[in-house]
Design a protein around this ligand. Structure first.
Ligand SMILES: [Zn+2]
Ligand SMILES: [Zn+2]
Length: 247
């Protein structure tokens, strides 16, 4: 490639970027002028903060107030098929704003800062990452993916995989049934809704493996429980889960 050609390609890429992505932060409206800033400015991204305090060591549910970690009533009643699940923060404030821009406004470049946030929050949890073979994004039904344009969990898994040097396994866990969206359903309805929605293809790929499911937001955990259940049924040795936020 000649220097001129490279320069032209670079300015064309810049032009496309200007047309596709806003030049002002979509949260605070300040201009995006720092190198590498896309859609949301650095100052707003710096406000993403992990949620501390006690949690359920199994499903990662945040407990109110102070105190020790303890298993929540839901996990006591019925232990999930995953061995542990960790969320980075509560679904609110800047974290919610960034996730909404990423997921529904389709600002794909936000996947990277969100994956970096997850890495920052959860890097020091040795139990979570130990011996993991693959990251597995929670899949969308193909029809839903066509409608949305991309699977946000897949982008997140890829960026997190890049940061942690982990392989993303795609095409094994699939959404076989296009069920109505979970949003707007009550807990019991969510559980029924996802039943038999997921399936495992090429089961030998997951047999005996330690896996981490990746998703953006969890509410009741019904999706993660069901995904973990089918993976364990397919022979996975251990399934864990990571989500950005917990509603
Ligand atoms: Zn901003
Ligand atoms: Zn729990």
């Amino acid at each position: 490639m000649t220097g001129t050609f490279r320069a032209r390609a670079a300015s064309l890429a810049k032009l496309v970027e200007l047309l596709v992505y806003p030049s002002f932060c979509r949260i605070c409206a300040e201009p995006l002028d720092e190198p590498g800033e896309k859609v949301v400015c650095r100052t707003c991204l710096a406000k993403l903060s992990p949620r501390g305090g006690p949690l359920c060591p199994l499903c990662g549910r945040f407990h109110e107030g102070e105190g020790e970690d303890h298993i929540c009533s839901r996990c006591l009643e019925r232990a999930p098929a995953f061995s542990l699940h960790r969320s980075c923060g509560a679904y609110g404030g800047t974290l919610k704003d960034v996730i909404l821009l990423f997921k529904y406004r389709k600002y794909a470049p936000l996947s990277r800062p969100l994956a970096e946030f997850a890495e920052r929050c959860l890097a020091s949890d040795p139990k979570l990452w130990a011996g993991v073979d693959f990251l597995i994004p929670v899949p969308l039904h193909p029809a839903r993916k066509r409608e949305r344009g991309f699977n946000q969990s897949r982008l997140l898994a890829r960026d997190l995989g890049r940061l942690r040097g982990m392989t993303v396994l795609e095409g094994c866990l699939v959404k076989a049934k296009n069920v109505p969206p979970q949003a707007g359903l009550r807990a019991a309805e969510r559980e029924d809704n996802v039943k038999k929605a997921y399936a495992v293809r090429r089961r030998q790929k997951v047999r005996g493996k330690r896996l981490i499911l990746i998703d953006d937001v969890t509410t009741t955990g019904a999706t993660l429980r069901e995904c973990a259940r089918v993976l364990v049924e397919a022979g996975a040795r251990d399934v864990r889960a990571v989500t950005l936020a917990r509603a």
